[in-house]
Write a protein that binds this ligand. Structure first.
Ligand code: NCD
Length: 353
């Protein structure tokens, strides 16, 4: 029997720490909703990496493709993406297709009854009547969490995957980033002990936040936060890292850190969140990965970016074997296959294939 969580109101729930919310995102001891990185532990991350590599192998042959296609046939997913998206949207759609799931989508509230004043909550509740999975990207931080909370109360709960919640979190991007790091360092001692620099708009970039949360699961990692003072990492996350005893340093000069890192995680400026055009006053070019940095970047280090990029990585860098951002794009699809298969309890079938 599925355990339906009742007896806690939204205000109380919302104030809980991420680690305390975790139990509301599982069902029968298995992951059900994917909402925030604080819900994941090291065994889960290791499992996702292993399963993703297994799935990639299975998908290399026609028999394997047909097997994956058969796993979730008859299931339906709703992709509710009311903030712009290219990769996350398409990779979730591709992931569903790989598993035989059919997709519908709403990509603009202007095309839904939200325009008639319908509550957002009722909109998503409506989706849950027609589908078996809701993947959502929403400008409001905490909204995916609220929906997961509400759907837990109904008689036919549907899993929710947070595909980006405002400036706050992007857990599936962080999981694909972990998979990319895992693959890159497989023969170099894994992610433990690595030095990772995050560069750019760290205050408003949700991918950075989510990945930093996940990295607490690895031992002896050192994080460098390289950003203009106005765009440094939020105090809440720094507090979390201190508490989790993750070593980190804030810096503002990129070239200083490059010679000693294992990974550089570049980001674009998130000026869509500007309140008074403040981004225009910042010289962001100091946080571009310049071509000459390739000479000082260690030979086994990698360059990451969640994309979309603007000018922070010139196109010439793409040809360098340390550039991993196009791999991240591809890995994103496979990690999402893994996550959806795991939510629907197909991980065992995949392992046994
Ligand atoms: C990111 C996002 O939407 O947060 N894109 C993505 O999902 N890969 C990064 C960004 O928009 O800058």
């Amino acid at each position: 029997m599925a355990k339906v969580i009742k007896g806690i109101d939204w205000e109380t729930f919302h104030k809980l720490r991420g680690s305390e919310k975790k139990e509301y995102f599982i069902r029968d001891e298995k992951i059900f909703h994917i909402i925030m990185p604080q819900q994941f532990d090291r065994p889960f991350l290791d499992e996702i990496c292993e399963l993703t590599s297994k799935i990639r192998g299975i998908a290399k042959g026609n028999k394997g493709i047909a097997f994956l296609q058969s796993l979730l046939q008859g299931k339906r997913a709703m992709l509710y993406f009311v903030q712009p998206s290219t990769r996350t949207f398409l990779s979730f759609m591709a992931a569903c297709q790989i598993l035989g799931i059919q997709c519908s989508d709403v990509r603009d509230t202007a095309t839904s009854s939200e325009m008639k004043g319908e509550w957002q909550e009722d909109t998503v509740r409506t989706f849950s009547s027609y589908v078996d999975l809701i993947v959502m990207r929403h400008p409001q931080a905490g909204f995916a969490e609220r929906i997961a909370f509400l759907l837990n109360q109904i008689s036919r709960p549907v899993p929710v995957i947070n595909a980006g919640s405002g400036k706050d979190q992007h857990p599936t991007q962080a999981l694909l980033d972990i998979y990319t790091l895992h693959r890159s360092f497989e023969n170099y001692g894994g992610i433990d002990g690595k030095k990772i620099a995050f560069v750019g708009d760290l205050r408003r970039g949700r991918t950075v936040r989510s990945l930093a949360y996940l990295l607490r699961n690895y031992s002896d990692v050192t994080l460098y936060f390289v950003a203009p003072p106005e765009l440094q990492l939020g105090e809440d996350l720094k507090e979390y890292l201190r508490e989790q005893q993750v070593a980190f340093e804030e810096m503002d000069r990129l070239e200083e850190v490059i010679p000693s890192v294992d990974a550089v995680y570049m980001t674009r400026i998130q000026d869509e969140y500007d309140e008074a055009g403040e981004s225009k006053r910042i010289d962001y070019s100091a946080y571009y990965f310049k071509k000459e940095y390739l000479k000082i970047l260690p030979p086994n280090a990698i360059i990451m970016h969640p994309l979309p990029r603007r000018d922070e990585i010139p196109v010439e860098i793409d040809a360098d074997k340390r550039a991993m951002y196009w791999r991240q794009v591809r890995n994103g699809m496979w990690v999402r296959v893994t996550l959806i298969a795991t939510i629907f309890l197909k991980d065992k079938d995949i392992k046994e294939y």
